[in-house]
Write a protein that binds this ligand. Structure first.
Ligand SMILES: Cc1cc2nc3c(=O)[nH]c(=O)nc-3n(C[C@H](O)[C@H](O)[C@H](O)COP(=O)(O)OP(=O)(O)OC[C@H]3O[C@@H](n4cnc5c(N)ncnc54)[C@H](O)[C@@H]3O)c2cc1C
Length: 405
């Protein structure tokens, strides 16, 4: 019987365990440092488990940017529809939300994880919790720290599925990097995270926590190439976050790293032209207060408060200036929020350290999967889809190789 060690019980490790335990002939043991598996997966379900996306496959694959070439074979072998079919194999229906994102019927991860673990136990997967992998011994054995001792295990095949480095209290601390040569690693960076803006204390008190809907974000790089997208974001005490910001987070982050600044501006009313806005604001004020003049022009209190951050009372009475600021509102982003708060991370084990089947070149028989690899994608189901697809792809390669030998 082949001994298979899977280290890391996130969606990547669990999916590999499911495939590798599906037929007899292999003993699959899943190790995790935490007392239970799937903690980040459960957290993902708290805000609505966006498991995949319904857009056409060719467009879907573009979400992986620089790593599209490496990731494409995984996704083609287990495309978004297969992800939905897999969720539905547990008796959990999926649906497409208005944004095209796909969710399980109740949006949660817990019922799916429960059913998944039941399937894995029925297939004979063994679970070794509170086993923190710390690297390899001199003889190549896997070394674990448990609450009481150091344990060593031999395995014929090892899959590392140790996650990235965001939300470390859920288990993915990134400490596994200590087991690798620095040349195998790209530094971890926040992906799909928020950014800081020095809002005034008044603005923070009034507006933090409010969603800013139906805006357009424009990021212009130093070559004058513009990225433009409509969507919604969330005003936070420290700055901004939310889906529109996450979509641009890589551009913003890389620009801050390279140039120390980013050219980011919002169109606060993308569906109304500058001249129309100016006309609306220029109507006689009569007895109306300033805020009612803005309301009449279709400018809500959040947008007015944003304007107050940049324009004084005199400027607010000039329709042309107000219209110009609404159509091009500079976002004075200073820095990224910490990696620990980000939804995911970029960086990790470099693809150059792996062969085409994700086997670590310097460690034959040891594979690396999931967010611990150096790729990133926006929110929208792209993260989970790639993690699940890669785990299946690698498990399939391992099964195929064993059948040959
Ligand atoms: C708030 C939030 C919301 C999210 N929402 C979505 C979403 O809606 N859609 C989406 O696609 N993605 C979402 N994600 C991202 C998604 O959860 C991750 O991409 C996914 O969990 C990564 O899977 P993984 O198996 O690679 O790693 P992880 O899920 O991070 O699992 C890694 C596992 O390895 C274990 N581990 C780490 N180090 C060791 C060690 N040394 N020894 C033993 N075990 C170790 C950890 O305890 C953990 O169980 C969200 C993430 C967060 C934080």
């Amino acid at each position: 019987m082949k001994q298979i060690a899977i280290i890391g019980g996130g969606p990547g490790g669990l999916m590999a365990a499911e495939r590798l335990s599906a037929q007899p002939g292999r003993v699959v043991t899943l190790y995790d440092a935490m007392p239970s598996v799937g903690r980040k997966f459960l957290q993902a379900g708290r805000g609505g488990l966006n498991i995949t996306h319904s857009k056409p496959l060719d467009e879907f694959i573009c979400a992986y940017g620089e790593r599209q070439t490496e990731i494409e074979p995984w996704i083609r072998a287990f495309p978004p529809q297969a992800v939905r079919d897999w969720v539905e194999s547990f008796g959990i229906q999926t649906f497409v939300g208005s944004s095209g994102r796909v969710y399980p019927e109740d949006m949660k991860a817990a019922p799916l994880l429960r059913a998944w673990l039941k399937r894995l136990r029925a297939q004979g997967v063994q679970f070794a919790m509170r086993h923190r992998w710390t690297g390899w011994s001199d003889t190549g054995a896997l070394r674990f720290q448990t609450p009481s001792s150091v344990v060593q295990c031999q395995a014929d095949i090892t899959l590392l599925a140790l996650g990235g480095a965001s939300w470390p209290h859920l288990g993915s601390t990134g400490e596994w990097t200590q087991a690798f040569e620095p040349s195998h690693l790209a530094p971890f960076l926040a992906a799909n995270g928020g950014f800081e803006i020095n809002w005034s204390a008044i603005f923070q008190a009034k507006c933090a926590g409010q969603p800013l809907k139906s805006v357009a974000l424009k990021i212009t790089d130093k070559h004058n190439q513009a990225w433009l997208q409509k969507g919604e974001l969330l005003i936070t005490k420290q700055g901004v976050e939310g889906s529109l910001i996450y979509q641009a987070s890589r551009l913003i982050r890389d620009s801050l790293i390279a140039d120390g600044k980013v050219d980011a501006e919002l169109d606060l009313l993308p569906d109304v032209s500058h001249s129309r806005l100016e006309q609306k604001l220029a109507k006689p004020q009569g007895k109306l207060s300033l805020s009612n003049v803005f309301k009449r022009a279709g400018i809500d209190s959040l947008r007015l408060n944003l304007l107050r951050e940049q324009l004084d009372n005199n400027a607010l009475k000039e329709p042309a200036r107000v219209a110009a600021r609404l159509k091009a509102y500079p976002l004075a982003i200073t820095q990224a929020r910490p990696l620990s708060e980000a939804i995911s991370s970029a960086g990790g084990l470099r693809f150059e350290s792996l062969n085409k089947t994700s086997e670590i070149i310097t460690r034959p028989g040891c594979y690396a999967i999931g967010e611990m690899l150096d790729w990133e994608a926006p929110t929208g189901g792209y993260l989970l889809t790639a993690v699940l697809a890669q785990a299946r792809y690698v498990a399939q390669q391992i099964i195929a190789q064993q059948e040959i030998h």
